[in-house]
Design a protein around this ligand. Structure first.
Ligand SMILES: Cc1ncc(C[n+]2csc(CCOP(=O)(O)OP(=O)(O)O)c2C)c(N)n1
Ligand code: SF4
Ligand SMILES: [Mg+2]
Length: 329
């Protein structure tokens, strides 16, 4: 096992490092939460970090010809290959250090992907990467709930009913995306017993995200984080509401904040408070009605989404983590 960078947990927002490793020089949309995720990711990891990133907004908008916001070494990787890039980089680094070709020192390896690249195309590669406990790396999935870079096509992570260029509401069919969002962390946790750390996150909860990134980078072996990232363009709202929409995703219970550490589940932040009965879930209507991608929803559609979210919290294992209903004897 290669050495790991010393990344202590951060206590309090005031103690988040001030050094920026993702700076100016990018062309993401105003209010892009995925850009915030990138910023928090390298801020938490620090300068001894190598990042690879698959095709998508966080590649294209971040590396316009001759400009780049990355202060750390960064490399583009093919759309479906974030898992392979993570394992390959970690394995290559380990071999070079063993042969004495590079200095033997702790270096973080992070590979990021979008929902299209990770939840759809690159699922098998990510799965394979989580079966190699001998390599330390993190796969971070930034989820803007569409193939955003190619103009908002529906992905396996797009929400039920959302308007996209591949699922526009029409006169005959109002709801064109009839699939419920894939449950990525639950699926990976259930199937990868060698993976010691998996978590969900949201940039609206910066400290929670920072500490999750640090736990993922220091626990050892391959790890995975899935971040929900409001996207003003694809979700169709005023960019100033990104932070608020991230919070609403969590407070309505549509997005559950949790981590699985060595097979133990911990709910975090508002999700923990909801599960303990210390906080009420807000109606999903408050989240849906703020976004143009759901503007065609009728009352019946909103009720359907609410019933599915209620089901997640009342019947899934977790709650809201694994979509297997607990049957009462
Ligand atoms: C194999 C392959 N198929 C299609 C494309 C075209 N393409 C480039 S970016 C992209 C969207 C990727 O979506 P996602 O991974 O969700 O990232 P986002 O753009 O949303 O940030 C697509 C389809 C490609 N580059 N490679
Ligand atoms: S389309 Fe969405 S994810 Fe892409 S740069 Fe714009 S806000 Fe960010
Ligand atoms: Mg996407």
């Amino acid at each position: 096992m290669t050495q790991m960078v010393d990344l202590p947990q951060v206590r309090g927002v005031k103690n988040i490092p001030i050094e920026e490793m993702f700076t100016s020089g990018h062309r993401t949309c105003q209010g892009c939460e995925s850009a915030l995720t990138m910023r928090l990711m390298v801020k938490a990891a620090g300068d001894r970090t190598i990042v690879t990133g698959s095709t998508g907004c966080m590649y294209v908008a971040n590396t316009t010809y001759y400009t780049s916001p990355w202060v750390v070494p960064w490399m583009h990787t093919q759309l479906g290959s974030s898992g392979a890039a993570a394992t390959g980089t970690a394995a290559g680094l380990k071999a070079l250090m063993r042969k004495g070709k590079v200095k033997d020192e702790p270096i973080n390896v992070i590979s990021f992907c979008g929902d299209g690249g990770g939840i759809d195309m690159g699922l098998s590669g990510i799965s394979a990467s989580l079966t190699h406990p001998e390599y330390n790396h993190l796969v971070l999935l930034y989820d803007n709930e569409s193939y955003a870079n190619t103009d908002i096509q529906v992905s396996g992570s797009s929400p039920w009913g959302a308007n996209s260029t591949f699922s526009p509401p029409g006169k005959v069919h109002r709801i064109m995306n009839t699939r419920w969002k894939k449950n990525m962390v639950g699926m990976l946790a259930a199937g990868h017993p060698d993976c010691r750390y998996l978590a969900t996150s949201c940039g609206s909860y910066g400290l929670d995200m920072t500490n999750k990134l640090r736990r993922a980078l220091t626990i050892g072996g391959p790890t995975f984080i899935h971040s929900i990232d409001p996207c003003p363009k694809g979700w169709d709202y005023d960019p100033k509401f990104s932070h608020e929409l991230g919070m609403l995703a969590v407070e309505t219970g549509l997005w559950v904040l949790y981590e699985i550490v060595d097979g133990e589940l911990f709910l975090n932040g508002p999700s923990k408070a909801i599960a303990k009965g210390m906080k009420q879930r807000r109606p999903v209507e408050e989240y849906l009605s703020r976004q143009g991608r759901f503007a065609h929803f009728t009352e019946e559609d909103t009720k359907f989404v609410q019933s599915k979210v209620d089901d997640m919290w009342e019947r899934w294992w977790g709650p809201g983590v694994i979509p297997i209903n607990v049957k009462e004897d």
